[in-house]
Ligand binder design. Sequence first.
Ligand code: 3Y8
Ligand code: NAP
Length: 249
Amino acid sequence: MPNILILGGTTEASALAVACAEGAIPTTLSYAGRTASPRTQPVAVRVGGFGGAVGLAAYLRRERITHLVDATHPFAARISANAVAAADTAGVPLVALTRPAWRAQAGDRWQRVPDVAGAVEALGGPPLRVMLAVGRMHVADFAARPQHAYLLRFVDRPEAPPALPRHHLVVDRGPFTVDGDRRLMEAHGIDLVVAKNAGGGGAAAKLHAARALGLPVVMIDRPPLPPRRELHDVATVLDWLDHGAERGV
Ligand code: 3Y8
Ligand code: NAP
């Protein structure tokens, strides 16, 4: 009897959980516990770290997990590295459900940077009104560029105000809409957008809105991830769950 563990936190992870529930496949979705009230799921949910790769391997054995699906965000590099190591240690087949990186299209004005530090570097110019749509974890890095007026968007209201002298905080969780993001950018007179190359549809609205408004985008490339089998849609993962894992493909 299969027993699936999905490492979640993305739109695709939630879609896979729905499919597993519909197929009555015993499944648990795992969150790190970064947000106050993560989306409810139609499968069992566990919240919190495992205690590194060793802890995850022990969890896989203890819970008799038969298949591990890493459906985490492309910037969640540590858990993805842990998943590769833990799956190998525990002898559990692993597949990543991930979305291809966004690519600049006609009309896009992207400046690609390798990481968050590169984005901070790129903001060395005169004061701008910047939509910093990269969440809460890296906002402190931008305190090195206090000259800008920042529009921030967090999932939860923070205990302490962000350490940016000029900022406006929006508390909202995606997926977002193009109209909503375009209205937000116009209302705040945004000059430039900073984004992570998350891929997928849940965070893409701001790119379409920036394109429509002719705004430049500082696009942060993804961190390196260990080699692993990567699939890009729920149907292919379900097929792998049915057959692929046994065939070792
Ligand atoms: C806790 C689970 C679902 C999944 C929805 C996707 C889409 C909406 C867009 C912007 C960009 C950002 C951020 C974002 C998006 C989806 C997806 C995605 C970006 C939740 C969730 C968890 C998190 C963690 C959170 C991070 C933050 C990043 C906000 C739930 C809502 C900016 C990434 O306060 C914090 O500590 C938040 C931290 C990691 C990145 C950061 O550095 O702050 N996601 N986001 C997961 C866990 O605990 O394991 O609460 O329901 C999930 C989603 N966020 O099922 O519908 O598929 O990507 N998430 C980015 O892409 O830049 C917002 O504002 O335009
Ligand atoms: P990370 O840096 O790769 O992981 C840091 C630690 O958090 C991991 O070592 C692990 O702790 C724990 N962890 C991460 N994801 C987990 C999960 N799904 N279940 C259980 N523990 C988890 O991860 P992150 O960038 O902080 O992302 C955390 C979560 O937010 C992930 O679920 C990710 O999908 C989601 N998310 C992240 C982003 C982003 O921009 N980073 C965007 C959208 C959603 P232990 O070592 O103790 O096991």
